[in-house]
Design a protein around this ligand. Structure first.
Ligand SMILES: Nc1nc2c(c(=O)[nH]1)N[C@H]1C(S)=C(S)[C@@H](COP(=O)(O)OP(=O)(O)OC[C@H]3O[C@@H](n4cnc5c(=O)[nH]c(N)nc54)[C@H](O)[C@@H]3O)O[C@H]1N2
Ligand SMILES: Nc1nc2c(c(=O)[nH]1)N[C@H]1C(S)=C(S)[C@@H](COP(=O)(O)OP(=O)(O)OC[C@H]3O[C@@H](n4cnc5c(=O)[nH]c(N)nc54)[C@H](O)[C@@H]3O)O[C@H]1N2
Ligand SMILES: [Mo]
Length: 766
C-alpha cells in the first residue's frame, strides 16, 4: 500500500491530530489537516521519531536472562543487552511463553499492558497484545485507566456512568450558547484538549470558550494554576490549595442551604440521600464557608459569592480528571454531582455537571452514527484482574487480599509480564518501588520503538515500528474523520509492527491461524473497514469501498444529533427514563457504597484530610504541593526527544514552575537546576519562576524519561525530571483503588553539585 509518489502529501494521524507529511530526502515536514483551525503544538515532535538515536534497531535480550535463563533478577534496568536475530528472539519468547503457560497457565501472565501506544485502529498495541494472549489461554488483566479510574467506579453508583456524566452530557456548543456560569474545577486547559485517544481532526475548545465569553459567560477557574483556562475568558481565578476541592464544594453547598438557594424540588424529585448529606453539611461540625476557607485557602467571602453567583442561573460545574487522580479522588467527582443537583441544573442543556470536559479534545463533541473499525480481542478465560494502578502491589505481594468496589480480590502470582504500547516507568507512581516490583517476575517481554526505561527493564525487547512506518486506519469515537494512515517511510532498522511480531510467535506456538485468521495487515485493514462501510450503506450514505477510501486518504463519517444522553432523558421524564444507578435516581447518598463499610469512602461525599497533603504532619518536612499534570508539549512520555518537548526544557531538564516567593525563599533563580525531593526519591528539574502557580505549589509535568544517575543505587536521583520518583503508590480508596499520581508533597532546593549529563535518550547499547 505504500505507493505514494515522493513529493505528494501523505495522509496520517496521531492522538493529537490529523496531518499530512511531505518527504524531502531523509527529512519530513508535517502540515496539520486543513480542517483543523487550532492544531496541536505536539505535531512538532513527530519528525524526530523516524531516525532518532533512541530508536531500537534490532531484537535485544538482556545478558543475565540470556545466560542464566528466566528468574527474578535485581540486574534489570542496569544489565547489558545483546542483539539477537529475529528468529533467535522469537524462538526465545515462544519457548518462554510455552513454559509459563504449561506450568502456570494464563494466571501466571500479566498482560494488562496499559498505555496509549499510537493512533490507528489496527496496530493499537494493547488490542494486539490482548488478542495474542487470549489465543494462548488468557492473562491477568487490568481494569480501568490511569486517567480516570476513580470516576469510572464512583460515577456508576451516583449518576450512571462516566459517559452519562461526561461524553454524552453537555456539549461545547451548549456551553458556548447556553451556559451562564462555569465553575471549572481543574479548569478547561487548552493544552489537554490537544489530545484524544485515536485522534482529532478539529480542535474546537478554544473557539467555543471565546464564543461563550463573548456572549457573557462568567468563568470561575478553580485551580492552583492560572493557565488552566486561557486569559481570553477573563476567568476569576481561585488559586485553591491542591487536593482541597471537596471542602470548597462543601462550603459552597453550605452557603446555598444557609441562604435558601438550593433547589429543594429537584433534590426531592430526582435524588436520593439528600437528608443524610444535609445532616453532614449542617452537622456538629458545620461545613460552612469559614470552615472551608481555612482548608482550601480561598476566602470565605469569595466562597459565598461563588455560591450566590451560581444559584438561579444556567450553571455548569466542570470537573477535570486530575481532581480524581489523587487521594480520595472519588470525593470531588461525587461532590461535584451533588453541587450540580443542589443547583437543580443536572440534565439541562449547558448546565449541571460535566466530567472531563477540557481533559480530552473529543469530550463535548457529538458521537459518530456508525461503528469504528475495531480489532476483536477474543475472550480472556482468566478471571483474575487488578485495578490498573495496582501493578507494583501485584508483583510485590502475590497472594495478598485487598478490597475493590465491594469485592475482595487476591493478587495472583505473576511469572511473565508482557507489555506493548505503554511505559509504566513513565506512568506509574513511586518508580523506586516499581523497580523492586520489576525485579520479581521470571520474564518481562516488551515491544517498544524507543529505549524507554520500561524497555531497559525488560528481558526481551522487540523493536516496534512507529505509526508513520505502516498502514492503518485512524479514527476516534467523537471525531468525524476516518483517516487512511499511509506509511511515510520504511521501518527503522529491523523494526516490525506488533502484529507481525505476535504472528511469528503464534506460528512457533502453533496458534497462528487463530491469531491471524489467515489475514495479512492489508487484509485486516480491509476487513475492519467493512462494518463501518456497511453501516454507511444501511443509512443510505456514501459508502466508498476500501480502495476508494484509501486513495482519497480520508472519509468523513456522520455524527448523531446531540441529545444530552441518559441524564437529560431522566431530567425530562424521571418516571420512565430512570438513571442506570441502583435506585434509578441521582445518588447523593449511596446505600450500596455504605454497605461496603469502607473507612476511606463513606455513603455520601465527605472531606477526609489526606495522608500527604493539606494539614498532614509530613508537610513540615516537605512543605510544597507538587502538581504533576499532563505535559503541554507532548503526550505523556511519547516523543520526549521531539522538537516541541525539547524546546520546553531548561538546561535539558523538565521545567518545574515555582512561585516567585517560594523561589526567593530558597535562593532559586529562573533557569537554575533544582532538586525536588521527598521521603521516596529525588529528581532534578529546571526552574521556571512564574506567578501562574500559586504560592506553596510547584508544577512538574509528567513524561520526562526516567534517567537514574546510577541505576545500581537503591533510590537513584533522576537527573531529567520524572515526577513519578516522588509520587505515592497508593490507591484513591478501597472503592476504586485508582491512580493518585497527580499530587504529592516535596521540598525543593538549588542543585549545587556538578550537573550530571542526561542519558535518557542514549541507547543502553553501542
Ligand atoms: N504523576 C503522574 N503520573 C501519571 C499521570 C499524572 O497525572 N501524574 N497521568 C497518568 C495518565 S492519565 C496516563 S493515561 C498515563 C500514560 O501512560 P502511558 O500511556 O504508558 O504513556 P505513553 O508515554 O503514552 O506510553 C506509550 C508508549 O507506547 C510506545 N508506543 C507508541 N506506539 C507504539 C506501537 O505501535 N507499538 C509499541 N509496541 N509501542 C508503541 C511509546 O513509545 C510509549 O513509550 O500516565 C499516568 N501517569
Ligand atoms: N498536551 C497533552 N494533553 C493531554 C495529555 C498529555 O499527555 N498531553 N494526556 C491526556 C490524558 S491521557 C488524560 S487522562 C487527560 C488528563 O486530563 P486532566 O487530568 O484534566 O489533566 P491534568 O493536566 O493532569 O490536570 C488538569 C489541571 O488540573 C489542575 N489540578 C491539579 N490538582 C488539582 C486540584 O487538586 N484541584 C484543582 N481544582 N485543580 C487541580 C492542574 O493545575 C492541572 O493543570 O489529558 C489528556 N490530554
Ligand atoms: Mo490518561
Amino acid at each position: 500500500m505504500d505507493n505514494d509518489p515522493a513529493g505528494s502529501p501523505i495522509p496520517h494521524s496521531s492522538h493529537w491530530g490529523a496531518f499530512s507529511v511531505l518527504r524531502r530526502g531523509d527529512s519530513i515536514s508535517i502540515t496539520p489537516h486543513p480542517r483543523d483551525a487550532d492544531p496541536a503544538v505536539l505535531l512538532g515532535n513527530l519528525p524526530a521519531v523516524l531516525n532518532h538515536r533512541a530508536r531500537i534497531a534490532s531484537p535485544m535480550v538482556r545478558r543475565g536472562w540470556l545466560e542464566r535463563g528466566p528468574g527474578p533478577d535485581r540486574l534489570r534496568g542496569r544489565d547489558d543487552f545483546v542483539a539477537v536475530s529475529w528468529s533467535e528472539g522469537l524462538d526465545l519468547a515462544a519457548a518462554e511463553l510455552r513454559r509459563v503457560y504449561a506450568e502456570y497457565g494464563g494466571k501466571g501472565v500479566f498482560g494488562g499492558s496499559y498505555g496509549w501506544s499510537s493512533a490507528g485502529r489496527f496496530h493499537h498495541a494493547q488490542s494486539q497484545v490482548h488478542r495474542f494472549l487470549n489465543v494462548l489461554g488468557g492473562y491477568v488483566k487490568s481494569v480501568n485507566t490511569y486517567s480516570s479510574a476513580a470516576a469510572a467506579v464512583i460515577l456508576p453508583h451516583v449518576i450512571g456512568s462516566q459517559e452519562s456524566a461526561g461524553r454524552e452530557n453537555v456539549s461545547w456548543h451548549e456551553l458556548a450558547t447556553q451556559t451562564d456560569v462555569v465553575l471549572a474545577f481543574g479548569g478547561l486547559p487548552l493544552k489537554n484538549t490537544s489530545v484524544s485517544s485515536g485522534g482529532t481532526s478539529q480542535h474546537i475548545a478554544r473557539e467555543h470558550l471565546i464564543a461563550a465569553r463573548r456572549r457573557g459567560t462568567q468563568f470561575h477557574l478553580i485551580s492552583p494554576l492560572r493557565d488552566d483556562l486561557p486569559d481570553m475568558v477573563e476567568a476569576d481565578w481561585h488559586p485553591i490549595r491542591p487536593g482541597t476541592d471537596v471542602p470548597l464544594m462543601l462550603g459552597i453547598a453550605h452557603t446555598l442551604v444557609a441562604e435558601g438557594l438550593h433547589d429543594v424540588a429537584f433534590l426531592e424529585c430526582y435524588c436520593v440521600g439528600w437528608p443524610a448529606f444535609e445532616a453532614y453539611l449542617n452537622g456538629p461540625d458545620p461545613k460552612d464557608a469559614d470552615w472551608a476557607a481555612a482548608i482550601c485557602e480561598i476566602p470565605a467571602d469569595t466562597i459565598r459569592t461563588i455560591a450566590r453567583q451560581a444559584a438561579g442561573k444556567r450553571t455548569l460545574i466542570t470537573c477535570a480528571q486530575s481532581l480524581q487522580r489523587a487521594e480520595h479522588g472519588e470525593q470531588p467527582v461525587w461532590m461535584g454531582v451533588v453541587l450540580a443537583a443542589m443547583l437543580g441544573q443536572i440534565g439541562l442543556p449547558g448546565g449541571g455537571f460535566v466530567y472531563a470536559m477540557g481533559s480530552l479534545s473529543n469530550i463535548g463533541k457529538p458521537a459518530l452514527a456508525v461503528p469504528l473499525p475495531t480489532l476483536p480481542q477474543g475472550i480472556n478465560k482468566v478471571p483474575d484482574l487488578i485495578p490498573v494502578a495496582r501493578i507494583s502491589d501485584l508483583l510485590l505481594n502475590p497472594g495478598q487480599e485487598y478490597d475493590f468496589n465491594g469485592r475482595r480480590l487476591t493478587y495472583p502470582d505473576i511469572r511473565l509480564v508482557y507489555w506493548a504500547g505503554g511505559n509504566p516507568f513513565h506512568h506509574h507512581q513511586d518508580i523506586n518501588r516499581l523497580r523492586e516490583a520489576f525485579f520479581r517476575p521470571d520474564t518481562i517481554i516488551v515491544h517498544e520503538s524507543v529505549w524507554t526505561a520500561t524497555a531497559r527493564h525488560a528481558d526481551i525487547v522487540f523493536p516496534a515500528t512507529v505509526t508513520m512506518e505502516r498502514s492503518d486506519i485512524g479514527a476516534s469515537a467523537n471525531d468525524p474523520l476516518l483517516v487512511a494512515m499511509h506509511p511515510v517511510g520504511a521501518p527503522y532498522g529491523q523494526a516490525r509492527d506488533d502484529y507481525s511480531i505476535f504472528a511469528d510467535i503464534a506460528l512457533r506456538l502453533d496458534v497462528s491461524d487463530r491469531f491471524t485468521e489467515g489475514r495479512s495487515v492489508d487484509d485486516w485493514l480491509r476487513h475492519l473497514y467493512e462494518p463501518t462501510r456497511m453501516a454507511l450503506l444501511k443509512q443510505g450514505r456514501q459508502a466508498p469501498d476500501f480502495a476508494e477510501f484509501w486513495a482519497a486518504g480520508e472519509l468523513e463519517l456522520p455524527t448523531l444529533p446531540w441529545d444530552g444522553g441518559v441524564v437529560r432523558a431522566f431530567r425530562n421524564d424521571p418516571d420512565n427514563r430512570k438513571l442506570p444507578t441502583p435506585t434509578g435516581m441521582v445518588e447523593i447518598a449511596s446505600a450500596t457504597i455504605a454497605s461496603f463499610g469502607y473507612d476511606d469512602c463513606a455513603g455520601h461525599p465527605v472531606w477526609m484530610p489526606p495522608v500527604e497533603g493539606a494539614g498532614s504532619p509530613l508537610m513540615r518536612e516537605y512543605p510544597l504541593h507538587l502538581v504533576s499534570n499532563q505535559p503541554a508539549t507532548r503526550l505523556h512520555s511519547q516523543l520526549d526527544f521531539g522538537a516541541a518537548s525539547l524546546a520546553s526544557k531548561v538546561q535539558g531538564r523538565e521545567p518545574v514552575r515555582i512561585h516567585p516567593l517560594d523561589a526567593a525563599a530558597r535562593g532559586i533563580a529562573d533557569g537554575d537546576v533544582v532538586r525536588l525531593f521527598n521521603h521516596r526519591g529525588a529528581c532534578l528539574a529546571g526552574a521556571v519562576i512564574s506567578d501562574a502557580v500559586r504560592p506553596g505549589v510547584v508544577q512538574l509535568a509528567t513524561g520526562a524519561w526516567y534517567d537514574p544517575i546510577d541505576p545500581s543505587a537503591d533510590n537513584p536521583l533522576c537527573v531529567h525530571g520524572n515526577p513519578n520518583v516522588l509520587t505515592r503508590d497508593a490507591g484513591t480508596s478501597r472503592l476504586a483503588q485508582a491512580c493518585t499520581g497527580q499530587l504529592t508533597i516535596v521540598q525543593i532546593e538549588r542543585y549545587q553539585g556538578e550537573l550530571p549529563p542526561i542519558r535518557a535518550f542514549d541507547p543502553p547499547v553501542d
